[in-house]
Write a protein that binds this ligand. Structure first.
Ligand SMILES: Nc1ncnc2c1ncn2[C@@H]1O[C@H](COP(=O)(O)OP(=O)(O)OP(=O)(O)O)[C@@H](O)[C@H]1O
Length: 967
């Protein structure tokens, strides 16, 4: 290992504790949780299988040289920063700005200052800056916090409306027609008709919840228009001037919408488009109001405005917000409160409101506790206390999912999951794209997982790291008490991070300061990216390229610059106020080939339908993060077929991460979609994370686990390979003692020998010296040749083969000897004797060998043919030597792949074939098919017992609910 790398590794190891000491803030929080779950499962697995504990695998010895948790040096802080830089979190922090201390309506100057705030300018490739004229203008969406903005927007809206009415010849005062829903909600027909059928159902469902004064979770898959459904519903409430049974509200009361900072502007834009009369106030530094936020909150509450803020904003202004009563509290991307004990979860639960609505396309991401946390917000107490829920629901469902679960455990998991599904279903509405595809005319989506090979450089580095002291410590120290061992946690995390870096690009781990990084060929996955982008650009497709960390994004920037792609970039350093502008720019300006995004910043909530190709460069532990990313392009408004590639390095920790994703997704499906879903493969343990298959050519483990889901084209490619192999086998049969050749092969070899002989004689003809003295010699040689020919005829194929090799060696020697003036004295018989592994040698026969069997002329005959012969005989692609067919010769594979443009599938297949044959891709899975596996039916007896168990769980839950309400 390079000196530098060694130092790096030592440094990495020594920083382990510091990483963990930042606990909640650290971006790897999820990875750590992952490890805890993983270890829990190992415990569980081992218990079930009668193995006492994981001590079997892990040595309990604590190393004396383990780093202490107490000290933190400057270098440590530095490193922590680097790690931050590598894996990026959702950027939802408020940018600190000074409160100008002005009134509710600040001066224009203050407004200008606000719009100028930017952490960094949007990255636009130099090349494209020159064509600024053709680029569309970035339009910043302005909220209505400032009275004058609101008024001027309304003025122009009314003017536009008047004009439209005039054109239609309709009187202003004419009441617009509306659709009246059961229960009295009126929705203007003009808006109602714009909704898709399932969205209409969604609005009605929200209305039902409203009448019951209850909360709920709208969990439609990403991009199906949850935002739109909420806006139309609020609009209808306002339009109906509905008075609730309790007479508290007329129309829509003050409302708070909480969402990731990146989508604040998107919400404003949607409100302005669908219901222009609402006053929308952004409570965030990117909003138009820069005065005291307490005043803004007060005024918005009084005016019954709609406040849009971020999750960080809720934490920051919680005190002010909690002073008032709100009619609706809506959490967009509500899975952000999936941790029941996080500050923001507690904060949102403190806000006083009768109606709590949550929107999220990924309601359950990692475990059932998350689901509990979400419903405990929308419907407090419905799922009882967390303790009872874990004991009676989460644990049995989880147990039933382990590979070694008994039939009873599986059946119990099914019954309990069904019970849970029934409890939540009135308050949970989820539609999948597949179900509503026809309504929204969504084009097809193909999503594949590509297993890429590591480059030699990556492989060496990866192996070295696995052998390193760091990994040794992780695996050697034992994990029994590791949850309370912060140093240990840090070390594990550090080791996984290092492996993930190597998978992405070796320069991320080992890189000399003064060395230019980013040679893309050093990374197997980047080679694939490069091939994909090249083909897609030619085909006119535009790409979203997601990676987890900023440092990888930097490498991509460098690569895209060098390769001349036009691109935009959005990561945590992109100021929130400029994000929507960048998104619009990419969607409208087709000259951008690529949008570079960090998964967590660019993957949440935004619309990027300008692209129809997506690459997810590195996997996340959380399946929802990657799914969110892909959904940016495959959503309403997308007109082209979408292709998504998830890249994984075969045989590495990335494969294990993907397996975890599938495992979690199946667990989530069990509750949210179909309780009969079973998990059907073993989850990895810590040892698996730090291992690597011996054979780099072997089929990727994941591709083997999910064999059924392999892409069709892979089957074809493998079938081709198999046939080729079989053909080879037919040609040679190796029995225990001797090698036998097929009749075809023997014939081919005979032909070859004849060819050789012909060439020999031809060449000899050309070398005939005129001098008499040589004529005798020639005569002798001819005789020799004749004898040789006779001999050849009598040779066994094996001997014939050896003869050819000997002949070639002779010629080589002759050439050398000519220079050295030596004489060769090894006879063919001797050579034959020396050779023992004839069969092996035969297999090793290559074009080069064959070329060497053909003698070249020793004269200076300068015609084209002889020039060819100087290099050996020319063998063309059909296996002919100098134009003559010689059977049995290996044919050179020069067949070019044909690009078939007739369908999207054909195009994708073309690309896959290319990647398989040239770019080191060793397997590919259909992602959707992976998630649809494994369903079982249990016997009646087992099912009855399991149902009883589920009933008991329900009873326990009801009891717990009573206690909740008493409390
Ligand atoms: N009925 C409709 N007519 C026209 N466009 C629509 C309609 N419904 C939704 N859209 C458009 O579809 C896109 C996706 O909608 P939206 O952002 O509301 O989805 P979402 O479910 O909230 O997505 P995510 O979960 O990613 O936040 C938006 O551009 C929106 O304008």
């Amino acid at each position: 290992m390079a000196k530098n790398e060694d130092q790096d590794l030592k440094h990495l190891y020594s920083q382990g504790i510091q990483i963990w000491s930042r606990s909640q803030e650290v971006l790897e929080e999820e990875a750590l949780k992952e490890l805890e779950i993983l270890v829990d499962e190992n415990h569980q697995d081992n218990k079930e299988s009668g193995i006492t504990d994981v001590e079997i695998k892990f040595d309990q010895k604590i190393h004396e040289d383990s780093p202490s948790t107490s000290s933190c040096t400057a270098a440590e802080s530095d490193f922590t920063y680097n790690l931050h830089d590598y894996y990026e979190d959702e950027e939802d922090e408020e940018e600190p700005i000074e409160d100008p201390g002005s009134d509710y309506i600040p001066s224009d100057e203050e407004y200008r200052q606000e719009t100028n705030i930017a952490l960094s300018k949007p990255k636009i490739q130099k090349k494209t800056q020159s064509k600024k004229k053709s680029s569309p203008r970035l339009i910043k969406v302005t909220d209505d916090a400032l009275e004058k903005n609101y008024k001027s927007r309304l003025d122009s809206y009314y003017k536009r409306l008047e004009k439209e009415l005039e054109l239609l010849g309709v009187q202003n005062e004419t009441k617009k027609p509306y659709k009246k829903l059961k229960g009295g909600l009126k929705v203007p027909t003009e808006i109602w008709n714009r909704l898709y059928e399932y969205q209409k159902e969604g609005v009605y469902w929200l209305w039902e919840l409203h009448q019951r004064c209850s909360g709920g979770l709208l969990g439609d898959e990403m991009g199906l228009g949850k935002t739109v459904q909420i806006i139309v519903f609020l609009h209808a409430l306002q339009y109906s001037q509905y008075t609730s049974k309790h007479g508290r509200f007329i129309g829509v009361g003050p409302t708070i919408i909480v969402c990731p900072a990146t989508v604040i502007q998107q919400w404003v834009k949607h409100f302005h488009e669908w219901t222009p009369e609402f006053r929308i106030v952004v409570l965030h530094q990117s909003g138009s109001y820069q005065g005291q936020k307490s005043k803004l909150i007060n005024a918005a509450n009084k005016n019954k405005s709609i406040i849009i803020t971020s999750y960080a904003g809720i934490l920051k202004y919680k005190g002010n917000i909690c002073e008032y009563h709100w009619q609706y509290l809506i959490l967009d991307e509500g899975h952000k409160i999936r941790n029941p004990s996080s500050q923001v979860t507690v904060a949102v639960k403190e806000i006083r409101t009768p109606h709590r609505i949550m929107l999220t396309g990924s309601p359950m991401q990692n475990n059932l506790t998350e689901l509990w946390s979400l419903f405990d917000f929308t419907n407090p107490g419905m799922l009882g206390s967390l303790k009872i829920f874990t004991e009676h629901f989460a644990t049995p469902i989880l147990q039933g999912g382990f590979t070694n679960a008994t039939p009873m455990q599986e059946a119990t998991a099914y019954s309990v999951a069904s019970t849970l599904k029934n409890i939540i279903s009135p308050f949970f509405l989820r539609r999948m794209k597949e179900e509503v595809k026809e309504h929204i005319q969504l084009p097809n989506k193909s999503e594949q997982v590509l297993f890429c090979s590591l480059t030699d450089c990556q492989r060496d580095l990866y192996k070295d790291y696995l052998m390193s002291e760091q990994v040794n410590n992780v695996l050697g120290r034992g994990i029994k008490n590791w949850k309370s061992d912060n140093a240990m946690k840090g070390n594990i995390l550090m080791a996984i991070t290092a492996l993930r870096k190597i998978c992405n690009h070796p320069d991320l781990l080992v890189h000399e300061e003064d060395e230019p990084i980013n040679e893309y060929k050093k990374s197997g996955k980047m080679v694939v990216v490069s091939a994909l982008l090249k083909i897609w650009k030619k085909q006119g497709h535009r790409t979203l390229l997601f990676s987890q960390g900023r440092s990888m994004i930097k490498i991509f920037e460098n690569f895209l610059d060098k390769q001349g792609y036009a691109y935009l970039k959005m990561d945590g350093t992109t100021s929130i106020s400029s994000r929507q502008g960048l998104i619009d720019k990419f969607n409208q300006d087709k000259s951008y080939d690529v949008f570079l995004l960090t998964t967590r910043v660019g993957g949440l909530g935004v619309n990027l339908i300008g692209a129809n190709r997506v690459i997810i460069y590195d996997p996340d532990w959380n399946p929802a993060t990657d799914t969110q990313a892909r959904e940016r392009a495959w959503r309403i408004g997308q007109e082209k077929s979408v292709t998504i590639y998830r890249l994984l390095c075969a045989g590495t920790v990335e494969e294990k991460m993907y397996q975890r994703q599938v495992w979690k997704q199946l667990l989530s499906n069990k509750i949210l979609i179909d309780p009969t879903t079973n998990k059907f493969f073993k989850s990895s343990d810590l040892f698996d994370l730090f291992s690597m298959p011996e054979d780099p050519q072997a089929n990727p483990e994941t591709a083997n686990i999910f064999r059924e889901s392999r892409v069709k084209i892979q089957e074809k490619i493998e079938e081709k390979k198999r046939l080729k192999k079989e053909k080879k086998k037919k040609d040679i049969v190796v029995t225990e003692e001797k090698v036998e050749f097929s009749a075809d092969k023997i014939q081919a070899m005979k032909n070859l020998a004849q060819q050789i002989a012909r060439n020999i004689s031809k060449s000899n003809e050309t070398v005939l010296p005129k001098k008499e003295a040589y004529q005798l010699q020639l005569e002798e040689e001819r005789k020799k040749k004749l004898e040789e020919k006779q001999k050849l005829k009598q040779l066994t194929p094996q001997e014939l083969f050896e003869y050819n090799r000997w002949k070639a060696a002779q010629r080589e020697e002759e050439t050398i000897n000519k220079m050295d003036d030596k004489v060769s004295n090894v006879s063919f018989e001797e050579a034959l004797e020396k050779s023992s592994k004839t069969a092996e040698l035969y297999h090793k026969l290559t074009n080069k060998d064959i070329k060497s069997l053909i003698p070249g002329p020793s004269t200076s005959n300068n015609d084209q043919k002889s020039r060819k012969r100087k290099k050996g005989a020319s063998i063309d692609t059909s296996g002919k030597i100098d134009g003559e067919q010689v059977e049995g010769l290996l044919k050179r594979e020069t067949k070019k792949l044909k690009y078939d443009e007739t369908s999207n599938e054909n195009r994708d297949n073309f690309i896959l074939e290319h990647l398989f044959s040239k770019k080191g891709v060793s397997g590919a899975l259909e992602h959707d098919s992976v998630l649809n596996g494994g369903k079982k039916q249990q016997s009646l007896k087992v099912r009855t017992d399991a149902d009883e168990r589920a009933l008991k769980s329900l009873e326990a839950l009801k009891k717990s609910r009573l206690n909740h309400w008493k409390w």
